[in-house]
Write a protein that binds this ligand. Structure first.
Ligand SMILES: [Zn+2]
Length: 165
C-alpha cells in the first residue's frame, strides 16, 4: 500500500498544480480584459467574463480532486483489524480525522466497520453489535450509541468513553 500511497500523492500534487495553472490563465484573461475595457469595451468585457469562466473551471477541477472519494474507496475495501494509527497513515491524516472519516463512511453506508471497545482498533467488515441497553450503559457523546460501561471506546464510532478517561 505504501508505494501506491506516494504515487497517489504525487499525482494529486501534479493535478493541483495543473488546476492552479488554469486558474492563473483565467486571471490573466480577467486582468487583460479589465484593462482593455477602457479602449475596447466589448473585447474587455468578453475577456473579463472568459477569465471568470476559466478561473471557475480551474476551481471545479481542483474540487474534483478533493480526497472525498479516494479515502472512502480505501476504507470500503479494508477487511479485518487495523489500528487507527495505521489507517490514518494510509489516509495521510491524523488518527482522530481517520476515526471521523470511518464513522462518516459508516453513516453513509459505504464503510462496514466496528471498533474494539478495549483497544480502540478498527475491525473492518463487521457491524457494530446490538446491545440490549442496561441502566448503567454509557451514551456516546459523539454518536449517541449506548454501550457497556466497561468499554474504553465506543464500539460504533471509536470515540473514547469520557467516563473512563
Ligand atoms: Zn460513538
Amino acid at each position: 500500500m505504501g508505494i501506491f500511497h506516494y504515487i497517489r500523492k504525487i499525482i494529486g500534487g501534479l493535478w493541483s498544480l495543473f488546476c492552479y495553472f488554469i486558474m492563473f490563465i483565467g486571471l490573466i484573461f480577467f486582468i487583460v480584459g479589465a484593462l482593455m475595457v477602457i479602449g475596447h469595451v466589448y473585447y474587455g468585457i468578453a475577456g473579463v467574463i472568459l477569465g471568470l469562466i476559466i478561473i471557475g473551471f480551474g476551481k471545479f477541477l481542483l474540487w474534483l480532486k478533493k480526497p472525498v472519494g479516494a479515502g472512502l474507496d480505501y476504507l470500503s475495501n479494508l477487511v479485518g483489524r487495523k489500528s487507527l494509527d495505521d489507517v490514518a497513515k494510509e489516509l495521510g491524516t491524523d488518527p482522530e480525522s481517520a476515526r471521523v472519516e470511518i464513522y462518516k463512511g459508516k453513516t453513509d453506508g459505504k464503510v462496514k466497520a466496528r471498533f474494539d471497545m478495549q483497544t480502540g482498533e478498527v475491525i473492518f467488515g463487521e457491524d457494530t453489535p446490538k446491545y440490549t441497553p442496561a441502566p448503567n450503559f454509557v451514551e456516546c457523546e459523539y454518536c449517541g450509541t449506548l454501550y457497556p460501561p466497561e468499554a474504553i471506546f465506543c464500539p460504533n464510532c471509536g470515540a473514547p468513553n469520557k467516563r473512563k478517561s
